[in-house]
Design a protein around this ligand. Sequence first.
Ligand code: AKG
Ligand code: FE2
Length: 294
Amino acid sequence: MSIQVPLEESEMTLGPIGKTVATGAEVEWGMVIDYPSPNIGVTVSIDGDSMLLKSAAMGDIRRLVSEHGVVFLRGMKPMSDTEFERFAGQLGRIVYHINSPDVAAIRITQDVKLSNAVWHTDGTYHELPPQYSVIQAHSLPASGGDTMWANAAAAYRSLPDPLRKLADVLSVRHSNDWWRIVNSAPFESVLEAVHPLVQVIRDTGERALLLGRHAAHIEGFTREDSAALIELYQRHITSPEHVVRWRWQSGDIAIWDGRTTQHYAVPDYEEVRQMRRIWIAPEERPVGIADLPN
Ligand SMILES: O=C(O)CCC(=O)C(=O)O
Ligand SMILES: [Fe+2]
């Protein structure tokens, strides 16, 4: 029995809890233990030691990410940078961040908590925003420091028709400029890219709203109208029925598809919080409806 992405709540077929996840070679590497929210997320418990080496498991992980937006892996120990790079690198080509061009696994610490305490899609100010983000928890506060994800594909499907038709034809300029205000990390240069508001995922044909905090302006509108429209679509994407909230344990890994999700790191703690994150490049820039062959 396969696990399928829920299209509408009434059509949900999540698959059984306790389903083992098998590689092509019939080697089981984990077990689905939870669907933490009906519209987004799947939790797989794994045997940490065997996981690292089973590259065939990555096929399953890609499928689960594509079906559920974000996959949570529970049961691993925090990895060394080299192990983490080897693990995440199996998903594709690693992207090096502008602020740390030599290290694949960048440190996400409490120092940048305000930059990530906004609903956002990673790196949309790049022509090629990352396709996957892979993050592992190392040190956590005793309480707080959860992360939330929203399903931007489910949000597209649940838009009222007129708003969906409008979204289909809009383009959005994304920029990292707003970071100057909140980010304590060195700021090198302003990066900008224009993407379709509705991204079509080539492998599945699925459509998703590509927005988030880096969205600066909807092309062809006044500043005020653009801001109002961004606010309207953002509010819809991040409404609670599209959202999952993850309470971390040390060693947990989350892998998400930046093309179909947004996320928000909740800054409700004062202690140390340390994560490692790797970005995986997409094969092409975001594809809009107008880019599809007729
Ligand atoms: O710290 C987190 O939980 C997530 C931070 C974030 O937005 C990211 O790593 O892209
Ligand atoms: Fe992020």
